[in-house]
Design a protein around this ligand. Structure first.
Ligand code: ASP
Length: 347
């Protein structure tokens, strides 16, 4: 469904560069939302996040400008972010209270509503590629745990020891959380690098940020196809095999013709509200993209007590909305320059 009025309204939000017609391709990216306040990030950290978001948008743009598919663009960019220890996905993911990294990811294509998802994988270097393999090479939509790992092996995807995902600051953050929860701090994983001191101030900040850092990409290619993908380590010190919204189609990731969403935030609320699909449904049934985002994120999510945000492509236009102080984010449309932002008062 082509909604030119909605598109015009969306472009007025200033997220997309001002263009009269739908851009031939577009991409929007998030690196997590949370209490990311101006002045709380030191200049070097802020610059590093901005550079990562900018590079991700440019990399996606190169694929899309060359006529590549939205599916390839989403997978390629998320793989890079999964390798980047700044983000809570792949290497750099948060730890469970048992001291492991358990990773979740999903991907969905709008035109045929094909989708793939994985939860609680511990040895797959790029969970987003496994989610794509589930979509393309299995009869299922969601695989979890040991079964997902054996499917990854059958598919020849790169597997690593769980300790590959280890980072000191995420370990220290989990240890602090375990103590707060009255749980024993698990033994340091075998093969982890020698313990090094971590900046306590940075840990405080990470906790205040809610340790978000989930990554997501929504892209629309030159054929008009929209694909959305999300990858995460979940929440710090999660227990009992907890799975959040990121691998749940409709909650953390959703795509249908004209609409694609990837979410980040307190997953329990995003599951209960079926956030990603809900926004697309509101949009599809008559609200403007802006109204749909406000209704679901600012009213319903906030009303329930949840926090976080989403990125969206509505027809051709990239948008975002979050009820937290900030969200690491970027967008790029054909013929435009990357828009990169962190704090709530930008763009
Ligand atoms: N939504 C993710 C989860 O609940 C976490 C996040 O986005 O930071 O697993």
């Amino acid at each position: 469904m082509i909604r030119t009025l909605t598109l015009a309204a969306s472009l007025c939000l200033g997220v997309a560069s001002a263009q009269e017609a739908e851009p031939s391709w577009s991409v929007v990216i998030h690196g997590g939302a949370g209490v990311i306040e101006r002045g709380a990030l030191d200049a070097q950290t802020e610059a590093a996040y901005r550079a990562a978001m900018n590079d991700a948008a440019v990399a996606a743009g190169e694929i899309l400008a060359a006529g590549g598919s939205a599916l390839d663009a989403v997978e390629a960019v998320i793989r890079v972010l999964e390798d980047d220890p700044k983000f809570n996905a792949g290497r750099g993911a948060v730890f469970t209270s048992e001291g492991r990294n358990e990773l979740d990811a999903s991907i969905m294509r709008a035109s045929d509503r094909q989708a793939g998802a994985v939860s609680s994988v511990t040895t797959v270097r790029h969970p987003i590629s496994l989610a794509r393999a589930v979509m393309e090479d299995s009869p299922h939509v969601m695989l979890s745990g040991a079964g997902a790992e054996s499917f990854a092996a059958e598919q020849g995807l790169e597997q690593v020891d769980n300790v590959y995902f280890f980072t000191e600051r995420r370990w220290a953050s989990m240890a602090r959380a375990a103590i707060r929860m009255g749980l024993p701090v698990p033994p340091r994983p075998e093969g982890a690098p020698q313990a090094e001191p971590v900046n306590e101030g940075a840990l405080d900040l990470m906790e205040r940020e809610h340790a978000f850092g989930t990554v997501g990409v929504v892209a629309r290619d030159q054929s008009g196809e929209i694909v959305a993908g999300t990858s995460t380590g979940g929440t710090t010190a999660k227990r009992w095999g907890r799975v959040g919204d990121s691998p749940i189609i409709g909650a953390g990731t959703y795509a249908e013709p004209g609409c694609g969403i990837s979410a980040t935030g307190t997953g329990e609320y995003f599951i209960r509200l079926n956030i990603a699909a809900r926004i697309c449904t509101y949009f599809e049934t008559g609200m403007s993209a802006d109204e749909a985002l406000d209704a679901v994120i600012m009213d319903e999510l906030t009303g329930l007590g949840g926090d976080g945000g989403v990125i969206m492509i509505a027809d051709g236009a990239p948008l975002w909305r979050f009820n937290t102080a900030g969200m690491y984010r970027a967008s790029l449309v054909a013929g435009g320059d990357p828009v990169v932002a962190i704090f709530g008062d930008e763009e």
